[in-house]
Design a protein around this ligand. Structure first.
Ligand SMILES: [Zn+2]
Length: 345
């Protein structure tokens, strides 16, 4: 069964959604148009929205990598260069493909960002598209700084570099030194390169890291921007999700909370017909008095149910007493009940 674009509930094609009464005709037409195009043509049509930028970035990663391998990055070991360049190219291609496959989920995620609060709001695609390239540049700078400042990082970096003639010569001398002194750490300092020398030697490694991080970050950022452009077009055609329409969300949650409590009372509290009658009267007298949006975009509702309870007096007489019960109902952004808590007032 198809899934409603508004509430994620199931509906029968050509009819209104039974859960939220939305008309899914525009959504069905959109999907039909995409199916007609086919997956490959659909992918190119998707890329066209952002002038093919994510694909251009992905396909530029390979020639740039090969260019670097043939010149500036030669001091780096081939066993490091080949995986880094291959992985960067594959990752850039994968990000573009993944964004296309997840275009509907990314649309929902972005719209959900409008109602989320706190740190969750900051993870919205809009924020990620802007922040990932900034984070990549910051990472490159931290890596460069650590390379020249930290002895451990420098030693690790040297493992990734080819043997230079001077390093090879010192490596030949090393075994003799090891035999004469047990404690290598306390031996006189080996020729420590100056800051400028170290920066010069680390430059190929820094530019390789810059290449990989910047390409991946920009492929990611431009793919997200593309997904947002796609979402904008889709939003003009289809109805917005239920979490952006509070009246609809509240109505669906109230209805489903009533049913959930009714089921709970029927299966748990009391026995036989009395419990069922109690439940029915309870479901009719719900008074909803508070509504609050949750940080994740969901909703919390408070309701008071006025009902009656039969009690036996000391003389053995049955009397009816009015009871009001408060319920706190929490639902996710799609109006699906996640909690119904009960408290006596
Ligand atoms: Zn629906």
């Amino acid at each position: 069964m198809p899934e409603c674009i508004v509430c994620r509930g199931e509906y029968t094609r050509g009819t209104q959604c039974p859960r939220c009464s939305s008309d899914n005709t525009a959504w069905e037409d959109w999907k039909k148009k995409e199916e007609k195009r086919g997956r490959l043509q659909g992918f190119f049509h998707f890329l066209e929205l952002h002038s093919y930028v994510p694909a251009i970035i992905a396909y530029c990663a390979l020639p740039f990598g090969l260019l670097g391998m043939s010149g500036p990055w030669l001091p780096v070991r081939l066993s490091v260069l080949v995986p880094v360049v291959t992985l960067t190219f594959i990752l850039c291609l994968y990000i573009t493909q993944y964004t296309y496959a997840e275009r509907f989920a990314l649309r929902e995620e972005e719209l959900l960002g409008r109602v989320k609060r706190g740190w969750r709001k900051r993870l919205a695609p809009e924020f990620r598209a802007a922040m990932v390239p900034v984070a990549a540049i910051a990472l490159v700078m931290i890596f460069a700084l650590l390379l020249v400042e930290s002895e451990y990082v420098w030693k690790f970096a040297e493992l990734l570099m080819r043997e230079t003639p001077s390093r090879a010569a010192s490596a030949v001398e090393m075994p003799a030194q090891e035999e004469t002194a047990d404690d290598a750490a306390s031996s006189p300092q080996e020729e420590r390169p100056s800051l400028r020398e170290r920066l010069g030697r680390a430059l190929p490694l820094i530019s390789l890291a810059t290449y990989a991080l910047i390409f991946v970050a920009f492929a990611y950022s431009s793919s997200l921007t593309l997904a947002r452009d796609y979402a904008r077009q889709l939003n003009e055609k289809v109805p917005l999700p239920i979490f952006l329409r509070e009246d609809l969300l509240t109505g669906v949650v109230q209805r489903e909370a009533g049913r959930a409590v009714h089921r709970a009372v029927r299966s748990g509290g009391g026995s036989g017909a009395a419990a069922a009658v109690g439940a029915q009267s309870a479901s009719r007298s719900w008074t909803w008095d508070e509504m609050e949006r949750l940080e994740d975009g969901g909703i919390r509702l408070t309701a008071v149910v006025h009902g009656t309870k039969k009690e036996e007096t000391l003389s053995g007489e049955l009397v009816e007493r009015s009871v009001s019960t408060a319920y706190v109902v929490e639902a996710d952004p799609w109006g699906r009940i996640i909690k119904v808590a009960r408290a006596e007032r």
